[in-house]
Write a protein that binds this ligand. Structure first.
Ligand SMILES: [Zn+2]
Length: 181
């Protein structure tokens, strides 16, 4: 799928179409830079949940809520290929299985480095933890600023849009998003 230089030549075409002179000094290396950046921003396609979580799940008799707050994420909205970014907060109530804490930010990173909408990003993180850990409950909240909305003037409030998602297994209380804002 990934053919080196293919995106760069498409970007050169794009710049011409925008009326730019791709030979001018400032744009000389731009197509290659854009290709490199886009491959980095979408590197999550080359990873899956197993790559991130395997070997980091443990059985532990711990029944307090596990919370990881303020995980920075950067993603591209799939409608405009323009960034949306913000923070993600994750909480779960373990049911004998826990995951290494550093793996949660990596999971957020994997899903955010794909073309996304904020709702799906939030749900994928929650569902993945639900499936991997079968916790008594899981809650994920993302807060994001969408540059596609700000830059198009659709929204000038700079408010972060908030997307909560929670789920639970058969037993136990459901930690609602309101419990940790
Ligand atoms: Zn958008």
């Amino acid at each position: 799928m990934a053919e080196d230089g293919k995106i760069a030549s498409l970007v050169a075409e794009l710049l011409k179409e925008l009326g730019e002179d791709v030979q001018r000094e400032g744009l000389d290396k731009t197509p290659e830079r854009v290709e490199k950046a886009l491959r980095y921003f979408t590197a999550g396609y080359g990873q899956d949940v197993k790559d991130v979580l395997n070997g980091a799940m443990f059985v532990e008799e711990y029944d307090e809520m596990v919370i990881v707050k303020d995980i920075d994420f950067f993603s591209l909205c799939e409608h405009h290929l323009i960034p949306f970014f913000g923070r993600c907060h994750v909480a779960y109530m373990p049911n004998r299985k826990i995951v290494g804490l550093s793996k949660i930010p990596r999971l957020v990173e994997m899903f955010s480095r794909r073309l996304q909408v904020q709702e799906r990003l939030t749900t994928q993180i929650a569902n993945t933890l639900n499936e991997a850990l079968q916790p008594r409950g899981v809650a994920v909240v993302t807060e994001a600023i969408h540059l596609c909305m700000l830059m198009r003037g659709v929204d000038r409030t700079r408010k972060r849009s908030r997307r909560p998602c929670s789920g639970r297994s058969a037993t136990g209380p459901r930690p609602g998003p309101s419990s940790w804002s």
